[in-house]
Design a protein around this ligand. Structure first.
Ligand code: 26M
Length: 820
């Protein structure tokens, strides 16, 4: 098999022990006696790095020597999680390191648990970027991820009386063994100031941007080890610092204190990751952050290009730049500015280059998430870029005029500048106008991008809008996080499923095999027992591994409908109180979710779920048949313990609103059954698995549109469904918040008077019915096991390697450069 051909890195347990103990002594100045687990973790990372850095150098020399075409993945977010376990697996050193540590009296899993998550992302979009760079390296593509070296990643979450509290994330408080600072590749970034027109001797003119402030971008490189460890690419993260060269005058004038203030101002630019779901409008620091990141990355890309090239027509042969959502859009006018103002290329030539370099991925249709920056703010921070955007737009409006002569409404819709009292720059429009390809992230989403979001652009550029369905890396999301199921698959279909997930299909014909079912269900049970311990540890709640583990983990957002899940839990609770003998398979509902700090309703839903959990878990009358747990601080490393232990995966967004979802894939790969709507990638999962092996419910995209068109009235459902009514009315009492009646009323209000934008009431009955089917099916463990195997075995398509091959062939035109 392919994997078996990969020579294992030669390393015996003895050598690994020696390397780790060596790092304890020589790297950390401690020894095996004194070292705590943190020190062991550090030493193990550094021992691993000796292999990683060697491979990194080989890859970089090879790529640079051949001047390969590469993709530059620009993303404000990379949700990497932990790297030790992942790197050990990809280097195929996990087993030997486990043995080595065991011989030293240490447990590798415990050591891995010491690592803080690299939480440089919000959710799906950031984790997708992390899966993609894993796949790019695994497949041997020359690629570089560009991101920001945030001092604080996504906030850490805890609960106080059920309410979310945010604390700063401190992932690198004591350093991070995986990153290498590269001061030799520092970049300088201008900001603010004014634009001067300089008249040339030949009668022409050009623009000079006189900056009002300058930042320094310091790159930190994180090696990205491909599976099999042939290719090691890099993730380059930019940290902002004050530019000493620029502050020199202040120093000379004796302004030491002023200079210190400038310094700390400069450092705030990369200080924190912005949590999403907050309209960043008017947030100057976010715009500065985006530009800082784009300027550093574009300059770095051009520096690498210029090492081997002088002919600008070659730029688009060597460089593809993928924009992960609109967050890095300013890279477009920045490249134009460098080509026109600094390299002094002709505008049309520069524009033709840009149109061959940039591609853009759209990750959401939610109107409030589409970035628009006020023209006034733009003018202040990036005066030259605004001029460039105006010129791009002026020329583009001529294209629109040629296509739809005299049609001003078309021009208004397609313009990069939104007119009005407060004029705005529409970043998505700039992306679509420039990019040579624009992709959505699942089939249904990409269709909606064409028909609902950008229909006029689609008419104008009929081949520009395409689909690339998301995927997840099976290295992290099966092999590393579920070692027992991974071992079963090694036995059943051969170890190379890790690089060819379609191989899992090998288990489909055996789904009814009793012995296989038993192994499969025993593994699930073991994983549930492990999770039960974690739940007890984190929340004090005791749960039984014989119950159905029903899990919803994702950012808290009304469109994802955690509140629908909550309504169903309340209904079950009510049924149990009304009838103590109500017959149901014991169920544990598990949540993990962070709410954006400024998103009131999301925080209320967290509060409500915590309050409901308190009540339900301490109510003798439900006889242990119902438990509710909200795990604090949901993050990648916690997710790795949840997916393998799930029986039910909740994927219940309003149809048309979840662009793809990727947690849905991680659950199914690990053998959970999905209760879900026909939305995002759920639809394609149903195609692969067979909808009859999932619990599909609710309105379809077309039905949602129709209902909204007719005029949706949530009260129709409220008055016609007594259970639904009593559940919602419960929220008006003080049953869950003793002494505080009305503490949960605003949730009810948003579902009724508020209009129930996300159609929770419309889908409630169908959802509740789906859960009855779940209950019935679970009683027949043979059927359940069969279904779980059929789900997991059919997930080959959702490997991020397949996504990357799609990007490489349809968008990037990228060829592999395997490193021997
Ligand atoms: C906005 C303003 C300021 C700071 C951050 C943001 C922002 C950041 C991320 C807004 C939205 C962001 O993410 C959108 C996102 O995560 N989309 C998800 O992308 C996944 C990968 O394609 C999909 O699977 C999810 O369905 C989609 O919701």
């Amino acid at each position: 098999s392919a994997v078996n051909k990969v020579p294992e890195i030669e390393c015996t347990s003895k050598q690994m022990q020696q390397a780790i103990v060596d790092r304890l002594h020589k790297g950390l100045g401690t020894d095996a006696e004194k070292a705590n687990n943190k020190a062991w973790w550090n030493a193990t990372c550094h021992a691993v790095n000796e292999v990683v850095f060697d491979k990194l150098t080989q890859t970089q020399q090879n790529h640079s020597g051949q001047d390969t075409r590469s993709v530059n993945y620009l993303s404000l977010e990379f949700l990497m999680g932990r790297l030790l376990s992942n790197n050990l697996h990809n280097l195929q050193l996990f087993k030997v390191t486990e043995e080595a540590l065991k011989a030293l009296g240490k447990d590798l899993y415990e050591i891995c648990d010491e690592e803080p998550d690299m939480a440089l992302g919000n959710g799906g979009l950031g984790r997708l970027a992390a899966c993609f760079i894993d796949s790019l390296a695994t497949l041997g593509y020359p690629a570089i991820g560009y991101g920001i070296h945030y001092e604080h990643g996504l906030f850490a979450q805890s609960f106080q009386d059920g309410r979310q509290i945010e604390r700063p994330d401190t992932w690198r408080e004591y350093g991070n063994p995986w990153e290498i600072c590269r001061p030799e590749s520092i970049q300088h970034v201008p900001l603010y100031g004014y634009v001067e027109t300089v008249f040339d001797e030949d009668g022409g003119s050009h623009k000079v941007w006189h900056a009002g402030q300058k930042l320094k971008g310091v790159p930190w490189d994180v090696p990205i080890v491909g599976y099999g460890a042939k290719t090691v690419n890099i993730l380059r993260l930019w940290e902002s610092r004050a530019d000493e060269a620029f502050d020199w005058d202040v120093f000379n004038a004796g302004g030491y204190v002023d200079a210190q203030a400038e310094k700390s101002k400069a450092e705030t630019v990369s200080k924190v990751l912005y949590p999403n779901d907050e309209t960043p409008e008017g947030k100057e620091l976010r715009l500065v952050q985006q530009y800082f990141f784009c300027a550093c990355s574009v300059k770095d890309i051009l520096r690498r290009f210029k090492r081997h090239n002088t002919d600008w027509t070659k730029l688009s042969d060597k460089v593809a730049i993928q924009l992960n959502d609109t967050h890095p859009t300013i890279a477009i006018p920045e490249l134009m500015r460098i080509l026109v103002d600094e390299e002094r290329l002709d505008w049309d030539f520069a524009w033709s280059i840009c149109q061959k370099v940039f591609a853009y991925t759209n990750h959401t249709l939610l109107p409030e998430a589409l970035e628009k920056w006020s023209v006034a703010l733009f003018e202040k921070v990036l005066p030259r870029h605004l001029e460039i955007i105006y010129e791009i737009n002026r020329q583009f409006m001529e294209v629109v005029e040629a296509k739809w002569p005299g049609d001003d409404s078309k021009k208004a819709k397609l313009s990069i500048i939104e007119e009005g009292d407060d004029r705005k720059v529409c970043m998505a429009n700039l992306c679509v106008v420039t990019a040579y390809k624009v992709n959505g992230v699942a089939a249904v989403h990409s269709e909606l991008v064409k028909t609902d979001l950008f229909p006029e652009y689609h008419e104008l550029f009929p081949t520009k809008l395409v689909n690339v369905t998301n995927g997840v890396t099976p290295r992290r999301w099966l092999k590393a996080c579920n070692p027992k199921l991974a071992a079963l698959y090694d036995d059943e279909v051969g170890a190379d499923w890790v690089v060819n997930l379609d191989k899992l299909r090998g288990v489909l014909p055996k789904a009814k095999d009793v012995a296989l079912q038993k192994r499969f269900m025993d593994i699930k049970k073991d994983n549930k027992i492990e999770l039960a311990k974690i739940i007890k540890d984190l929340t004090g709640v005791e749960v039984s591994a014989d119950a159905i583990f029903d899990i919803q983990i994702k950012r808290l957002h009304e469109y994802k409908r955690q509140q629908l899940n909550m309504m169903h839990i309340l209904a079950l609770y009510k049924r149990l109180l009304d009838n103590p003998d109500y017959d149901m398979v014991p169920r544990v509902f598990i949540f993990g979710a962070k709410a954006a700090p400024g998103y009131h309703m999301a925080k209320q839903i967290i509060y409500a779920l915590n309050k409901i959990a308190d009540k339900v878990n301490n109510d003798e009358r439900v006889k242990g048949k119902l438990k509710v747990v909200f795990l604090p601080n949901y993050r990648v490393s916690l997710a790795e313990k949840l997916f393998p232990a799930a029986d039910i995966s909740e994927q219940i967004s309003t149809a048309g609103l979840e662009a793809s979802g990727t947690g849905n894939m991680k659950f199914a790969i690990n053998g959970a059954l999905t209760v879900g709507t026909m939305d995002g990638a759920n639809i394609e999962m149903a195609e692969e698995i067979g909808a009859e092996h999932m619990f599909i419910f609710g309105l379809s995209v077309a039905e949602v549109k129709e209902l909204k068109q007719q005029g949706y009235n949530p009260f129709d459902y409220y008055y016609n469904n007594p259970e639904l009514k009593s559940v919602l009315d419960w929220l008006d009492t003080d049953y869950f918040t003793p002494g505080h009646p009305g503490a949960l009323s605003d949730i009810k209000r948003s579902l009724l008077e508020g209009g129930d934008e996300y159609l929770c009431l419309a889908d409630y009955a169908s959802y509740s019915e789906a859960h009855l089917k779940i209950d019935a099916m679970y009683r027949d463990q043979a059927v359940w096991a069969e279904k779980a195997i059929l789900n997991s075995g059919a997930m080959g398509k959702f490997n991020s390697d397949r996504s990357i091959e799609d990007y490489a062939s349809t968008i990037w035109n990228l060829t592999k450069h395997p490193i021997s």
